[in-house]
Design a protein around this ligand. Structure first.
Ligand SMILES: C[S@@+](CC[C@H](N)C(=O)[O-])C[C@H]1O[C@@H](n2cnc3c(N)ncnc32)[C@H](O)[C@@H]1O
Length: 253
């Protein structure tokens, strides 16, 4: 992993402001084809990973108490909408993303109308969450944290907004820990993904950035340390598909 007090857009060192703007440009560009590309590039596997995350959220919920839940970097809303589809009783869902085009895509999905009574969507930065302290039972961020300029600042914000007894769950691409798979994955991500990005979305650059951002993200244990440094306890991770992705979980106690 590169130095965390520096800001990188892919391989390039940039200022914090440049990183925020360049990442925003990427998601402006991919927003309309984001869901389709996710299915193609992951062969649908991202759905299985997301279902695992959603089951972890549901396991925290009790049937007779109100549950407040925030999905940060919600993108087009996959996690929050899937959760509501499985269990929409006594739950208030907040969906936030820094990119207005991704929020627009989330609002245009049919689930938005269906679950409007449970939902609040906002354009906002994970580094400055517009919610009062100790207000959420659970906060998730899926494939979002590696795009945030200051991961440490976002983790501290997440900690601030969680209630005591609340849980943080982070689904993110990670480092393969299964020998033999790494060479295939490296070839696929370096050569195939940007090419598919070019052919299907006419956007090689954005998909090249996505791959470089995965490569530069901290390994499972390093990221656990960063979560602990933000104040969390009982931090654990579960590898998915040999470590292609991982879910980190941590408590505010
Ligand atoms: C790869 S998408 C993930 C979307 C969704 N969570 C999913 O799993 O499909 C990453 C998202 O992170 C958002 N993002 C990047 N930086 C952010 C920040 N500082 N605060 C909030 N969202 C951010 C992007 O706009 C984008 O929608």
């Amino acid at each position: 992993m590169k130095k965390i007090n520096k800001f990188y857009f892919g391989e390039e060192e940039v200022s914090k402001e440049q990183k925020v703007r360049l990442v925003n440009d990427v998601f402006d560009s991919v927003s309309k084809k984001y869901d389709l590309m996710n299915d193609i590039l992951s062969f649908g596997t991202h759905r299985i990973w997301k279902d695992i995350l959603i089951n972890m959220i549901i396991s925290m919920k009790s049937s007779n108490k109100n549950f407040s839940y925030l999905d940060l970097a919600c993108g087009t809303g996959d996690i929050a909408y899937k959760l509501l589809k499985k269990n929409s009783k006594k739950i208030d869902v907040f969906m936030m993303d820094i990119n207005d085009q991704m929020i627009l895509q989330a609002k245009q999905r049919k689930e938005h109308k269906k679950y409007i009574g449970n939902l609040c969507l906002a354009v906002s930065d994970a580094e400055n969450i517009p919610l009062v302290s100790k207000s959420m039972d659970c906060i998730t961020i899926a494939f979002g944290i590696r795009n945030v300029a200051s991961v440490d600042v976002a983790l501290k914000e997440i900690y601030r907004v969680l209630k005591y007894g609340g849980k943080f769950l982070c689904l993110e691409f990670s480092q393969i820990e299964l020998s033999g798979m790494d060479r295939f994955y490296e070839f696929y991500s370096k050569n195939i993904i940007p090419e598919l990005g070019n052919i299907i979305a006419d956007d090689r650059g954005s998909y090249k950035y996505l791959i470089e951002s995965i490569k530069n993200f901290p390994k499972q244990d390093e990221f656990s340390d960063m979560i602990n440094n933000a104040g969390f306890t009982n931090t654990k991770y579960k590898n998915l598909s040999g470590g292609i992705a991982a879910i980190h979980s941590a408590w505010k106690i």
